[in-house]
Design a protein around this ligand. Structure first.
Ligand code: PBG
Length: 322
């Protein structure tokens, strides 16, 4: 019955035909571009494990944000790296902290660019954990007001979206309530809802100087073997008021992206993380893969799995090609 009546190759015969029947398309509007903002002036310090990505002082961050916008990338996500770190991550929620200043300057320079504030304490604590400590334990409930305060100061600085990446229980609800109380009821929350304890964050920790000084993050981030738990975690975030949901990392978790797509109808983001970027860069620089080709293939796979948005360090390179 099948062959010779059915010949799938008919639709693959020309570039024009293949283009007509392509199910998944990439566009610069799919991308969110991460920026690492540091104190000081005229700093543009390369991150060795992430070729092409830099620690940027404010004026350079503004320039990079403008470049993103000019390439059609509608959004950036900001990570602040303060000079002064302490046990309670004070600089995370200071009104004149590095990330709050970056939000103000980028919004002033490029009002239509959507600025997302990553909300977490790990770049701001001297111990490198995502919350405050009680002995060697990351204290969940004591961390919530600090995250809420960080969200409030970022929203007041002009952030368009608040993105909590800490994985404390109840943080979406606590942040929603705090935002509402200061009349930011219209500021959306992008919840890192299924965030795994992953080895693929290695290069980010170089970029953000946020490696835990003891232990690891397995006590709050998810176990890589679990997918039902991702659905449960995400349901809680949706219940507490999340406007976007997220899977992180992306590539080893395409099944999780698919599961969330099938279970929820909110916009779904996936974070194509630092280690995923570093692997492609390294293989490309060695001539082992065609970098641009595998980059577009990887980004397509994340969308095909079900993501609407991709947070990716490839954003500007990919936007130039599209
Ligand atoms: C936590 C945070 C991390 C990343 C984004 N937000 C690091 C972590 O959980 O250790 C990692 C992103 C990446 O690897 O690209 N603030």
């Amino acid at each position: 019955m099948a062959h010779p009546v059915h010949r799938p190759r008919r639709l693959r015969r020309s570039a024009a035909l293949r283009d007509m029947v392509r199910e998944t398309r990439l566009s610069p509007t799919d991308f969110i571009y991460p920026l690492f903002v540091v104190e000081g002036r005229d700093v543009r310090r390369p991150i060795s494990s992430m070729p092409g990505i830099f620690n940027l002082s404010l004026e350079h961050a503004v320039k990079e944000a403008k470049l993103a916008k000019s390439l059609g990338v509608p959004s950036v996500i900001l990570f602040g790296i303060p000079d002064h770190k302490d046990a309670r991550g004070t600089q995370a929620y200071a009104t004149d902290g590095i990330v709050q200043r970056a939000i103000r300057e980028i919004k002033a320079a490029e009002p239509d660019l959507q600025v997302i504030a990553d909300v977490c304490l790990c770049e701001y604590t001297d111990h490198g954990h995502c919350g405050v400590l009680d002995g060697n334990h990351v204290a969940n409930d004591a961390t919530l007001p600090l995250l809420a305060q960080m969200a409030v100061t970022c929203a007041q600085a002009g952030a368009d979206i608040i993105a909590p990446s800490d994985m404390m229980d109840g943080r979406i609800g606590a942040i929603r309530k705090a935002l509402d109380e200061v009349k930011h009821q219209d500021t959306p929350i992008m919840a890192y809802s299924a965030k795994y304890a992953s080895g693929f964050y290695g290069p980010f920790r170089e970029a953000a100087q946020s490696t835990p000084q003891f232990g690891d993050r397995r006590g709050y981030q998810m176990d890589p073997g679990n997918v039902r738990e991702a659905i449960r975690e995400t349901a809680l975030d949706v219940d507490e008021g999340a406007d976007f949901i997220m899977v992180k990392p992306a590539l080893s978790y395409l099944d999780v992206i698919r599961a969330l797509r099938e279970n929820f109808d909110l916009p779904l983001a996936a974070y194509n993380v630092s280690g995923e970027y570093a692997m492609l860069k390294a293989a490309g620089q060695n001539g082992w893969v065609d970098y641009e080709r595998v980059m577009l293939e990887v980004l397509t796979s994340i969308k095909r799995a079900g993501a609407d948005l991709v947070i990716t360090y490839h954003a500007l390179e990919a936007a130039k090609l599209l």
